[in-house]
Design a protein around this ligand. Structure first.
Ligand code: B12
Ligand code: SF4
Length: 479
């Protein structure tokens, strides 16, 4: 069968990420779509992938691409933010093509029935999509009912059926490499401050988060997958394959939590060294899971930077967010990384329940004194399917609507006077961190010692300036 898989246009991308969007975030390889595509292809189907944000095309552009391929079934990948865009694409395609339309991804995984309220959508896949998509397409090819296909909700006339969850059977080691070749890899830019070499691509080696407890995270809620990972040998083979087949020189691992126990990471690093892998890489780690010897092993195998979720550097709040972290353990982890020569991107949140502006100033101060290399602050906005989202009492539409507010806060903790104060605190967090003389001095020293870092610092500054364009304009016009 011929199957098209579409990543719909990212309506809010321009608003969220401004002119720097190409350089910064959303032009990331859509791993969900190409993982499903690889399984379908392996099962004997012909597959086309259309990544609209990367190709910078709208619904009409998508229709033109679909027209060239004329598929028998059309799949659309969607996060919650992309849902309205996905529904629009589905409507346009429904008017022009007879092919059944199925959707998958984080939004259908959390809200399969909500997706089926859209008349143009016939089937919603929830959970990990690869094995489900193969069974689904085989059934459609044979004109068979979808009764009993685990992981799908579907319409039968007016009736909606939601089948049982699927537990993926296949070992990750045996999974084909995602179908990177179905994308135009030249369209994918590297996130600023995260790469030393290009071409850089995203890659996934794990499924699920081993910790899965943080209150604001979908990986602790509706996207809680069974935790498993590639064996270190096959993981290293696949990294090297990305280099040989596609010329990737840098990999940004998207896995939620890359260091779980010491054995796997030591073995993975030594397998990379044994293969003389030329690939540099970055990954997410939890501060409670790492130490200097782990960072040394990672550094010797090509890792130059890690992302650490530290959220709010206050012990009570960390406990409330169900993180297994303290201010001290975060500081220790940053020091251990620096000893090994690994940079730390600290991920922080502003506007968390139970916090006040002082919590943010304390966080900035800790981040500066711990010498976090890059600080990323986000406004608290727990996504659908996370335990904290349930507490907000919102439905999917309220969440999607809240994105129209771009970088505006959607939640006022008790100790803030208003949403405006949350937003001001958010902007001030960036200013207080990046305009602090301690940060500027360290960034200048690093840039002078390493030309690649100098370029990164410059790119980071351009991205930040772009994201804060309205503030900058305000500053420039203020007398
Ligand atoms: C890398 C990443 C990004 C990158 C790149 C995103 C991209 N283009 O792929 C960047 C930094 C750009 C990003 C941005 C955002 N992200 Co993000 N991101 C991730 C992360 C860490 C990994 C995504 C990934 O590649 N996973 C691996 C693939 C294989 O998994 P998958 O995409 O879920 O796909 C599987 C299934 O969903 C399904 N599937 C997916 N597509 C399809 C299509 C079909 C047809 C079928 C049948 C099945 C199917 O099958 C796949 C294989 O099993 C996830 C967390 C996570 N662990 O997944 C968050 C996550 C996807 N992001 C999230 C959020 C909230 C955002 C932002 C809104 C953040 C913000 N405030 O701006 C933006 C929105 C971007 C967008 N375009 O929608 C949430 C989404 C929650 C939700 N309900 O929507 C997640 C789940 C994080 C979380 N735990 O809360 N993100
Ligand atoms: S925030 Fe990170 S560590 Fe916590 S549950 Fe989500 S993915 Fe796991």
């Amino acid at each position: 069968m011929k199957v098209t898989i579409i990543v719909p246009p990212f309506d809010y991308g321009r608003m969220l990420y401004g002119l720097a969007r190409r350089r910064s975030f959303h032009n990331a390889v859509p791993l969900g779509a190409i993982s499903v595509a690889a399984y379908l292809r392996e099962a004997g189907h012909q597959v086309q992938v259309i990544d609209a944000p990367a190709l910078d095309i709208d619904e009409r552009g998508i229709c033109a691409e679909v027209n060239r391929f004329v598929p028998d079934a059309i799949g659309i990948s969607a996060t919650s933010v992309l849902w309205h865009s996905a529904a629009r694409v589905a409507r346009m395609l429904k008017e022009r093509f007879a092919a059944p339309i199925f959707v998958g991804g984080p939004h259908p995984s959390t809200y399969p029935e909500h997706c089926l309220e859209e008349p143009a959508v016939d089937i919603a896949v929830f959970g990990e999509g690869e094995e489900t998509a193969v069974e689904l397409i085989n059934r459609l090819e044979g004109n068979e009912t979808l009764d009993g296909v685990a992981g799908v909700a579907w319409k039968d006339g007016e009736t909606v059926h939601t089948n049982k969850d699927r537990i993926a059977q296949r070992k990750l080691d045996d999974a084909p490499l995602p179908a990177y070749d179905l994308l135009d890899l030249s369209c994918y830019s590297a996130p600023p401050m995260r790469v030393r070499q290009t071409p850089a691509v995203y890659m996934e080696l794990f499924r699920g988060c081993a910790y899965a407890k943080c209150s604001y995270c979908t990986s602790a809620g509706s996207l809680k997958n069974r935790f498993r990972r590639h064996s270190p040998e096959v993981a290293a083979d696949k990294v090297v394959a990305l280099n040989h087949k596609y010329g990737a020189r840098e990999i940004a691992f998207v896995d939620d939590d890359f260091v779980v126990g010491k054995d796997w990471i030591y073995d993975f690093c030594s397998e990379l060294r044994r293969r003389k892998s030329p690939v540099s890489w970055t990954c997410y780690v939890r501060a409670s899971q790492v130490d200097a010897s782990i960072f040394h092993a990672m550094k010797s195998a090509g890792c130059h930077q890690v992302l650490m979720g530290m959220e709010v550097l206050d012990n009570d709040i960390l406990r409330q967010l169900t993180k297994d972290l303290t201010v001290a353990s975060c500081g220790e982890a940053v020091r251990a990384a620096h000893k090994a020569g690994v940079w730390v991107i600290g991920l922080f949140m502003v506007g968390v329940p139970g916090t006040n502006p002082q919590s943010v100033w304390n966080t900035v101060e800790h981040a500066l004194s711990q010498e976090v290399d890059v600080a990323v602050f986000s406004l608290y906005r727990p996504p659908p399917g996370s335990p904290a989202f349930e507490a907000l009492g919102w439905g999917p539409e309220e969440y999607i609507e809240s994105f129209k507010l771009q970088k505006q806060a959607v939640y006022t903790p008790e100790d803030y006077r208003s949403l405006v104060e949350v937003e001001e605190t958010f902007r001030a967090a960036y200013r207080n961190f990046y305009l602090n003389p301690r940060f500027i001095k360290r960034a200048a020293q690093k840039a002078l010692s390493d030309p690649i870092l100098a370029k990164q610092v410059l790119r980071g500054a351009v991205t930040l300036a772009d994201q804060f364009r309205p503030d900058l304009q305000g500053l420039l016009t203020r007398r």
